[in-house]
Design a protein around this ligand. Structure first.
Ligand SMILES: Cc1cc2nc3c(=O)[nH]c(=O)nc-3n(C[C@H](O)[C@H](O)[C@H](O)COP(=O)(O)OP(=O)(O)OC[C@H]3O[C@@H](n4cnc5c(N)ncnc54)[C@H](O)[C@@H]3O)c2cc1C
Length: 379
């Protein structure tokens, strides 16, 4: 049996893999993307808040800061050019007490250092003018934040990639990888491909794909952290006009349960943050609506538990272990950065590990970065 020959095989058809396929197909022939599931974008890439982040949260000069700020600009351009539904509506991060003012100012300074424009602190009257039902002593206004249709965003990247000749193959789980002298052999559910370059963008499973290659990079273990959402009932949707966030958790685990007015007029409340043991466990032991009501009340005092309906959930590919685990004792906690790098032992492979939020926003910028790395591999 003959093997297909490829210049590049991308493992994983989430937003990151599809954005990379699009970027690479503009420069090279014989680009393949292998996706395990029946359709692209079925996991984290469409189980998120759909927010185009600005870049205020991430440590200066981190990959997260760099890709979020550049990705924000590229995402708006991409959506406008290619008809992906989006709205640049801005957001507010609300301080609920005077004690939070210091953190709010620090967040603004961090955003400015990262190059985020238009940031300013507004008072409680200005909050009310913007969001009449939201309570806070002051807020950080972030004009460059927006929302998009994540499904259309993923699909459009994939459509443009196939339009330029990339082969996107679904139901094609990569099951085995073998490194040869100048190639990597990829064995998937639909056949075998020999490639000059492999890009591992398998999301939650990127550590396992690295392990298939026998790579040390698999030591960057992914810990699944579930984020659950509720929606406000239809009669309460008018309580929120835009995007309203609390200050982020100090532990770096999440941005905190926030209120997101979607493109369709519904209001998402979430996501929560809880470590789970199974990367496919989206539903077991979900939080009760009362939990969401308690958290949302800080921002939106008039809500009660009966205003919430359970909605979908997503799972973050975290690189930081649970705080009480033995792994945590050995590792620094806090906000881990994206890992995007060639494999030290298998230089024809490029790994993307821990692409959690702001991965949706960052995808077009990450694709530029990976294009440079692939260029070095194929030079
Ligand atoms: C609750 C939540 C809210 C979020 N909100 C936002 C937000 O508002 N804004 C933002 O910018 N980011 C947000 N994010 C982050 C963002 O969604 C992710 O960073 C992004 O979707 C990651 O995309 P990906 O392509 O790397 O991963 P995925 O979407 O997980 O794609 C990886 C793909 O690889 C496939 N795969 C895995 N193993 C194999 C294999 N062996 N062979 C073939 N295919 C394989 C999977 O089936 C999957 O389709 C959020 C994340 C979560 C969980």
């Amino acid at each position: 049996m003959t093997m297909d020959q490829a210049n590049i095989v991308i493992v994983g058809g989430g937003v990151v893999g599809c954005a990379i396929a699009r970027a690479l197909s503009m420069r090279w022939d014989d680009v393949f993307l292998l996706e395990a599931l029946p359709r692209i974008g079925m996991l984290t890439s469409t189980r998120n808040s759909g927010v185009i982040h600005s870049g205020i949260y991430y440590p200066p000069s981190s990959l997260k800061a760099q890709h979020c700020v550049r990705g924000n600009q590229l995402t708006y351009e991409f959506c406008a050019t290619n008809g992906v539904p989006y709205r640049k509506i801005g957001k507010i991060v609300v301080a609920s007490s005077n004690g939070e003012m210091k953190d709010l100012t620090a967040l603004m300074e961090n955003g400015r250092t990262n190059g985020v424009e238009g940031l300013r602190i507004i008072d409680s009257r200005a909050i009310r003018a913007r969001e009449p039902h939201v309570e806070g002593v002051s807020a950080l206004e972030v004009p460059s934040t927006g929302i998009l249709s994540s499904e259309e965003f993923v699909k459009t990247h994939a459509r443009l990639a196939t339009g330029r000749g990339a082969h996107i193959v679904t139901n094609a789980r990569v099951e085995r990888l073998e490194s040869a002298r100048n190639t990597i052999r990829v064995f998937s559910a639909v056949g075998e491909i020999e490639t000059r370059c492999l890009v591992n963008s398998a999301g939650l499973f990127a550590d396992e794909v690295a392990a298939l290659l026998g790579s040390k990079m698999a030591q960057h273990r992914i810990y699944p952290v579930r984020g659950e959402y509720c929606e406000l009932t239809r009669d309460k949707q008018d309580l929120v006009r835009g995007l309203v966030y609390p200050l982020p958790h100090a532990d770096g685990l999440s941005l905190g349960v926030h209120l997101t007015k979607t493109l369709w007029g519904s209001v998402l409340v979430g996501p929560t943050a809880r470590y789970v043991t199974d990367k496919n466990d989206y539903e077991r032991d979900r939080e009760p609506v009362e939990y969401f009501a308690t958290l949302a009340k800080r921002l939106l005092p008039s809500v009660v538990a009966s205003d919430f309906i359970p909605a979908y959930s997503g799972i973050r590919p975290k690189l930081v272990p649970p705080p009480d685990s033995s792994a945590a004792a050995a590792k620094a906690t806090g906000m881990a950065d994206f890992i995007i790098q060639p494999d030290p032992d298998f230089p024809r492979a490029i790994h993307l590990i821990g692409i959690e939020s702001p991965g949706l926003t960052s995808a077009p910028s990450i694709a530029e970065h990976v294009t440079r790395l692939v260029g070095e591999v194929l030079a």
